[in-house]
Write a protein that binds this ligand. Structure first.
Ligand SMILES: [Zn+2]
Length: 309
């Protein structure tokens, strides 16, 4: 029987070897199917509803999250057309234009998102004062855990293999040790707009709303150094630590990028990204002497080796 064949281009699967699924009668669900299928199968868009309902899609085009534990296809499942390689990565490697997960649960604007180290969890901070953990490997819609310790907006989250650092407008940073389920809270005295952790894991580097960057010992909570000269205004400035843990880096409201010696807190170099426009976000290469900075619609990549020599 000719029609009992998968309609996806390049796939000649028949019901002899795989399960074939009909297009759904439900208009919304069928449209969702089409949104995944049409980009690579434009020949289907000209078909009428009745013609489509005679077509079949084989089980190879549904990723594992679309089936229950017994292997039955879930009621509202759809063929995402991910390849085996894409499913192994958990993401579509060719854009279908459709997200594969949606996480709704925060009561207000989400300010920051991060993967955990294994990329099994998505972690989000919000204006609703909470940090939520979402299991990216399951179809679960609710967060698996919500941290509710902060009393004001979460501005930034950092994740290491066993720790999570959260920064808040409530002037605290909180360190969660996932292995032992312990939380340590430190009062910083200023709104903390961003936090990073030195590569050796020993210190926090906190950007504060009083136009300072502060270096704290992670174990003792002791303030080790304060870096200043830049302007934060009311921006949520970020910071970075260079790849050798020798310099602290921050942008500024005036378009400059500051480098400070981590030990003596002297400003050793300023890069000028642009004049009088804020440099809020930046990213240091983890192992090499490269820095990314952004200002308005422009991203710059800097080779910074000479800075350290
Ligand atoms: Zn197929």
């Amino acid at each position: 029987m000719v029609y009992e064949k998968c309609c996806i281009s390049g796939c000649n699967t028949t019901r002899e070897t795989h399960r074939l699924f009909r297009f759904p009668r439900n208009d919304n669900l069928r449209n969702l199917w089409m949104s995944f299928i049409v980009p690579t199968n434009p020949q289907l868009i000209v078909l009428s509803k009745e013609q489509l309902l005679n077509k079949r899609v084989c089980e190879k085009h549904f990723d594992i999250f679309q089936f229950d534990n017994e292997g039955r296809r879930l009621r509202y499942s759809y063929p995402s057309l991910l390849t085996d390689n894409e499913i192994a990565h958990g993401v579509p490697l060719t854009a279908t234009g459709q997200p594969i997960r949606r996480y709704r649960g925060h009561a207000s604007t989400v300010t920051c998102v991060k993967f955990n180290e294994e990329s099994t969890m998505a972690i989000s901070g919000s204006v609703d004062n909470t940090v939520a953990f979402w299991d990216t490997l399951s179809r679960r819609q609710e967060p698996v855990q919500v941290l509710k310790d902060a009393k004001d907006t979460i501005t930034a989250v950092q994740v290491t293999n066993h720790e999570i650092l959260t920064c808040s407008v409530d002037c605290h940073v909180r360190l969660y040790d996932i292995r032992v389920g312990k939380m340590t809270s430190d009062y910083i005295g200023q709104i903390v707009t961003f936090g990073s952790i030195t590569h050796d894991g020993q210190c926090f580097v906190l950007s504060c709303a009083d136009s300072t960057v502060k270096l704290f010992d992670k174990e003792s909570g002791e303030l080790l150094n304060t870096f200043s000269g830049h302007e934060s205004k009311d921006l949520l400035l970020e910071n970075a630590v260079n790849e050798k843990d020798s310099h602290i880096i921050s942008g500024s409201a005036n378009g400059e990028v500051f480098y400070w010696d981590l030990i003596n807190s002297n400003c050793t170099r300023k890069l000028v990204h642009c004049k009088q426009k804020p440099v809020v976000t930046l990213s240091q290469h983890p192992t090499e002497s490269y820095l990314l900075t952004a200002c308005e619609d422009e991203v710059k990549l800097w080779g910074t080796k000479a800075l350290e020599e």
